[in-house]
Ligand binder design. Sequence first.
Ligand code: S3P
Length: 437
Amino acid sequence: MSDWISTPAGPLHGEIRVPGDKSISHRAIMLAALAEGTSRITGFLEGEDTLATARAFARMGVRIDAPAASERVVHGVGLRGLRAPDGAIDCGNAGTGMRLLTGLLAGQAFDSTLIGDESLSKRPMRRVIEPLTRMDAKVESNEGMPPLRIAGNRNLCGIDYELPVASAQVKSAILLAGLYANGETCVREPHPTRDYTESMLRAFGWPIEFGAGWAKLTGGHRLRATDIVVPADFSSAAFFIVAATLVPGSEILLRDVGINPRRTGLLHVLRAMGADIRESNVRNSSGRTQAGEAIADLVVRHAPLRGIDVPVELAPDMIDEFPILFVAAAAATGTTRIRGAAELRVKESDRIAVMAKGLRALGVSIEETPDGAVIEGGAIQGGETGSAGDHRCAMSLAVAGQIAQKPVRIRDCANVATSFPGFVELARACGFVLTPV
Ligand code: S3P
């Protein structure tokens, strides 16, 4: 257990690059491992989640070199080249790692078992088991939760599947199983979600058609090695975007941030609340136009915020940013209403409950609803609060401490290393007064 004390600060300043995108780093390791040839990944996230995914492939016989920090050279073994691991694969805290691996392992010639930490062991897996079972995969679970036992040597068949809940993880699990399936696999979503798996499959040479809310591929092709440049993670940048917005006198420049529209719903919401966020130098992460992701440098200056009704249709485009939005809303004038975000209850923690309780402990008036919250803006008083071991809640509450009237002690922050190694150091370099205790 490690606690932090976040103490009200002066203005925040600096030019920073937050670590690499978590979603893209997981996928880059997976596709590079299954490709033919050697792929170089730069900007790789050295977080516990993505390190667990890299370890999983190392245990299945893939050589992965780390010539420098945030760089990986993956010696791909081809679609059928993985070896059975010598025991269960530990995905740690990573829902993305586990759900995507489930799809991919369903197509292998060997059996495998996936386990996770306490939080991951309580997360719902039926959402991937159900469509994969329709593809003739065999996945056993503990009443819909990990551990997952995935049978090998199945003859998968393609499906046309309509997702009941918008989820890039479920979509990706089905597409990865589809690589091994006979015939066509088609996924449709109730709302478009991040399309990294689709773009990256194309970058590795797999024929795939996709658009907003749908993707279609056929099995039986090959992945060819390519180089992947991972942008800075928008979800990690979000803590600094909100911190600079809230602390008077602040100005921060965030470099190389991924601005895929399926990730940046928070920018729309913050701007509607009055934030001053400018995008400059918009370009493609790979320097080419086809592969790679749109990135930009973001300049954020302090601005007072007012509460709004958060548009429901933006929820999937900012699903990981609600914890920090709760803090922005707590510091705004007026009321902010969040709806349509029930998925927050099945993330690394129940993020609605954890943020409501966490902010209430700091004197914020906040009412939980089944799919969101009503937050009354005003002063954040300070005190002791908990993150329930959820990385994004911990970092959000640390931002709250920077504008509180008294110091904020946040319990249980160790899991920040899953997505944002070096958060404390980077935050302090910008002027946060933040001390691990
Ligand atoms: C992710 C998808 C989202 C997101 C998670 C990463 C991904 O989860 O919350 O942090 O990389 O595909 P869901 O698919 O459960 O919405």
